[in-house]
Write a protein that binds this ligand. Structure first.
Ligand code: BGC
Length: 760
């Protein structure tokens, strides 16, 4: 854990340059716009410790799956998001000295992330070995108004000298990934061109043949006038630049405006990329840095209106929640149904940038509550479009008749994760897609989604469950063997309670969905039935039988549900029994030891109680919480948020607050010592849920919105907004009262702390 960032309600602030913290800051101060993003690397050369990272959404590489013992059904490849061509480079050479923070004396270093306006700002004073001093001030953003545009304002002010200087403005596609890449390079050259004033590199990924065309154009300004210098142009494979000789005058600010355009073949024809990139650059220069920034900031202002949360009385908590919201908003804008949310967003490469069940189980409620419904809808359509691949995936594992098994990790619908205990056994994830449909309908009331897309998905998933269970004559129940639950610290177990519950629920929900579609549009139902060769009576009677006779492991003595059949055979210790030197277990213990232990990586039984809280009494939740929480090591960032929500529900307010801090400032305070790899984007949605669903007690039940809020004693008040069925509702919770205001939309009745309230 590190606490070096200053608290401020809208800014993340780093004061002073500590090279040891640089990689953490590069993650935290990342910027993006849904289409592209980058770590907060320096524009000027830097030979110190850094993780250079630029990413373009949807551009990945299918790396070969390499395992010693190949198992049938393994995916051919694992996908990884590729480090993409960098457009930020501004090399500053004064005399024969290159500006490099690893080599100069640095003073007054400040790095600021302005979350309100989506701006990365950095300033410092550097002293070269010959005593020359410069002040640098850089501002950079990836435009939210045009996802293909980025811009930098980089000012150089000589403090104690005048001199000629050369400024190199580069586009560099000769980049590598930091994660395991077997020293391979993934980009091949297509076209590079440099002319006085601009440069373009069009590069293509190996195997996937994505082309990304990255260009830059620039302007210099000093004393309010445009400045020209002597330009030399350079190109080499996957690289192009302009080197410009200019005069720097003592005390005079010399400003570089560098405009970037990033176009990918995902959105344009390959043979048009270079021309379109040139056009976009011309247009950006014409618009100007200031105006581009104004449009960008206006989009942020609108986004914040929709999704801001205020916390009064605790600035660290205020900064924490805004940081989470900021990252979620710049990672996914919902404009493109082919895109999704990688666990690290644009802040790093871990987890390959791929899509996990995190999206449906954690992220969806955030986007449903804070943005136009089409944003969340696109996340659902993404999975609908992957349905044929999910069916193919199931087929590879021996399932048939249209059973759909969604991948644990994917880029394009194909499974690309190759640990058997997860790929084959962590089957619960396929039901997260069904739960997402329920969530979407609950929030929006758009039952018609079932007719258009939802029902097909539900039928596919239900067919999978119908084939995945088997009848146990011994138990006289359906059982589910050889699975891994959400707690990945147990593998190949039988009857994971979470999985069995989700499977049975999915079957029931699908039967409900069939009735809905039949009722609303019998013709459409006929079309879907024919398309998927649905034998309704035969299939649904099997589904009903399974959901009625599913086996759930329980311990009647303790009154708890059992995570799996053999859970009570374990030595039941608590985290308090662990030697702190043994944690985190995943770094200190052998895998064998972890698997045999009772320690739980992340919420499992409790995850289910959170998803279906209406199915359980508070007493039941309390008993299970008391039993499982003490064994939970929370070694997944997805864990604490679920505990906040349940702890709030059962009145464990202190514990809820403790877990909240852990999730809200996870990356800002580097709780898990891993922020340098990138931020935990998907768990940030969990932070949002902790506040709104935990402290705010928000839930939707039987088409009605409920709030059961309380105020953590550490705070004076907090407020949030919820989009619900065409309305925007603002909730403000303070010590003595809770105000609920209908900001837009038709009047509606809600339940507030057990009472009906009419909002007009
Ligand atoms: C968690 C998974 C999660 C993945 C990506 C793992 O550590 O156990 O539940 O999907 O991280 O966030």
């Amino acid at each position: 854990m590190k606490k070096y960032l200053k608290h401020h309600e809208w800014y993340i602030i780093e004061e002073g340059f500590d090279p040891h913290l640089n990689r953490i800051s590069e993650s935290v101060f990342s910027i993006g716009n849904g289409r592209m993003g980058q770590r907060a690397n320096f524009e000027e050369d830097f030979t110190g410790d850094t993780h250079q990272g630029t990413y373009v959404a949807g551009v990945y590489y299918p790396d070969k799956t390499r395992v010693g013992w190949w198992k049938n059904g393994y995916p051919e490849y694992f996908a990884k998001v590729l480090n993409a061509p960098s457009w930020i480079g501004i090399k500053v050479k004064i005399g024969d000295q290159v500006l490099d923070l690893a080599k100069c004396k640095v003073a007054n270093f400040v790095r600021v992330l302005d979350m309100k306006q989506g701006l990365l700002h950095r300033s410092f004073e550097a002293t070269f070995t010959d005593g020359k001093k410069v002040e640098i001030d850089s501002k950079r953003f990836c435009s939210m108004a045009d996802g293909e545009v980025g811009a930098i304002r980089y000012s150089i002010k000589p403090i104690n000298f005048s001199s000629t200087a050369s400024i190199t403005l580069a586009i560099d596609a000769d980049v590598v990934n930091k994660d395991s890449n077997y020293d391979e390079k993934f980009w091949e050259e297509v076209h590079q061109e440099s002319q006085a004033g601009w440069a373009i590199v069009n590069a293509q990924t190996k195997k996937t043949f994505f082309q990304v065309c990255t260009g830059m154009e620039y302007r210099f300004e000093a004393e309010g006038k445009l400045i020209n210098g002597k330009v030399s142009t350079n190109v080499k494979a996957k690289y192009a630049d302009n080197v410009v000789d200019v005069e720097l005058k003592e005390g005079v600010e010399f400003i570089v405006y560098k405009y970037a355009a990033v176009l990918s073949s995902e959105n344009h024809k390959k043979d048009s990329l270079v021309k379109l990139c040139r056009d976009k650059l011309n247009e950006s220069v014409r618009i100007s840095f200031t105006k581009l920034f104004e449009s960008h900031a206006a989009v942020w202002a609108h986004k914040w209106e929709e999704c801001d949360i205020t916390i009064d009385g605790d600035i660290a908590a205020q900064q924490g929640i805004r940081f989470n919201i900021f990252q979620l908003t710049q990672t996914y804008t919902g404009e493109d149904e082919r895109l999704n949310i990688g666990p690290k967003g644009f802040t790093g490469e871990k987890y390959g940038g791929s899509t996990y069940w995190d999206t449906e189980a954690y992220c969806l409620p955030f986007y449903l509550s804070t943005a136009d419904p089409k944003v969340a809808r696109n996340l659902l359509v993404y999975r609908y479009k992957h349905l044929p691949k999910a069916i193919e995936n199931a087929k590879k594992l021996g399932f048939k008749d249209g059973a759909a098994f969604y991948p644990f990790v994917t880029m394009n619908g194909e499974e690309c994760h190759n640990e058997w205990e997860i790929t084959f056994e962590e089957v619960h994830r396929t039901s997260a897609m069904a739960y997402a449909i329920r969530d979407y309908i609950n929030y929006t009331g758009d039952v018609g989604y079932l007719n258009e897309f939802g029902l097909e998905v539900l039928i596919g998933i239900s067919r999978f469950w119908a084939q995945r269970v088997n009848w146990s004559t011994d138990k006289d129940k359906y059982v589910m063997l050889g699975v891994t639950g959400p707690n990945e610290y147990e593998n190949n177990i039988n009857n994971n309670w979470y999985t069995n519950y989700l499977a049975a629920w999915t079957l029931r929900y699908s039967m409900w969905a069939i009735e809905q579609v039949k009722k609303s549009d019998a013709k459409r139902y006929g079309v879907i039935s024919t398309k998927v060769s649905f034998k309704e009576i035969e299939e649904t009677s099997k589904w009903k039988d399974i959901s009625d006779k599913m086996y759930y492991a329980e311990d009647p003595k303790r009154g708890v549900f059992l995570q799996q059949d053999g859970f009570l055979d374990k030595e039941l210790l608590t985290v308090a029994d662990l030697n702190p030197e043994d944690t985190p277990l995943n770094q200190k213990w052998s895998w064998d030891r972890i698997l045999r232990s009772c320690f739980i990586k992340q919420a499992d039984v409790l995850q289910c109680m959170y998803l279906f809280e209406e199915d359980f009494t508070n007493e039941q939740i309390k008993r299970n919480f008391d039993f499982y929480e003490p064994m939970t090591v929370h070694e997944s960032s997805l864990s604490p948020c679920v505990h906040v929500i349940l702890a709030s529900k059962i009145g464990y307010k202190d514990q809820a607050y403790e877990f909240y801090l852990r999730t809200a400032r996870l990356d800002l305070d580097d709780y898990n010592n891993d922020t340098e790899d990138g931020c935990h984007i998907t768990s940030m949605a969990g932070t949002w849920m902790s506040l709104v669903k935990g402290f705010g007690g928000m839930k939707i039940l039987d088409d009605k919105l409920y709030f059961n809020p309380y105020l953590p004693v550490q705070w004076k008040s907090y407020s949030f907004r919820i989009e619900f069925r065409g309305r925007v509702i603002k909730v403000k919770v303070s010590k003595d009262k809770t105000e609920t205001v209908l900001e837009s939309g038709e009047p509606l009745s809600i339940q507030l702390s057990g009472k009906e309230v009419k909002l007009k």
